[in-house]
Design a protein. Structure first.
Length: 159
């Protein structure tokens, strides 16, 4: 039984973020990369760049636009962008919050409905420190920072 538990926690297909947040982060990094050069990107171009279904990408971009993380323009020169003056201000935490809310910082490591300091699950305190580190990383990492990796060919948004 413990071998199965170990494998399921450390399975390479395990994702820390929801699929929507993953695509949102990828889309924002891609848009930051292009926005820095003064370019906009269409929905289809974003979907292709991040290897995401167009309809799903549209929903994710809609959430990001609603929260003011990205801007949508209509018409022949339309598309999506992150305003240049906002590039250094958009952090990964903004994207995750716009898409999934704050649940990533509050969830129980074992998936219990109610887990807190007064009535902790067996993993509560270990998982809390991981959540706190994750929160710090998301709040201090800007999409502009991550877009630099694309610029220099050191990072990729799809395989």
């Amino acid at each position: 039984m413990s071998d199965i538990f170990f494998i399921s926690i450390f399975d390479t297909n395990y994702n820390m973020f929801s699929k929507a947040s993953e695509y949102g982060i990828r889309a924002a990094i891609h848009l930051a990369h292009l926005s820095k050069k003064g370019e906009r990107c269409s929905l289809r171009q974003v979907a292709k760049a991040i290897d995401s279904p167009v309809a799903f990408t549209a929903k994710v971009l809609q959430l990001l636009a609603r929260d003011g993380i990205i801007v949508s323009f209509q018409g022949p020169t339309g598309g999506y962008e992150i305003p240049k003056e906002s590039l250094s201000l958009v952090h990964l935490s903004d994207i995750v919050k716009a898409i999934d809310g704050d649940s990533i910082y509050n969830g129980c490591g074992l998936g219990l409905e109610s887990c807190n300091e007064k009535k902790p699950c067996p993993l509560h305190f270990q998982f809390k420190s991981i959540r706190d580190e994750l929160k710090e990383m998301l709040q201090t990492t800007s999409v502009q920072e991550l877009a630099k990796g694309l610029e220099y060919g050191m990072a990729f948004l799809k395989r």
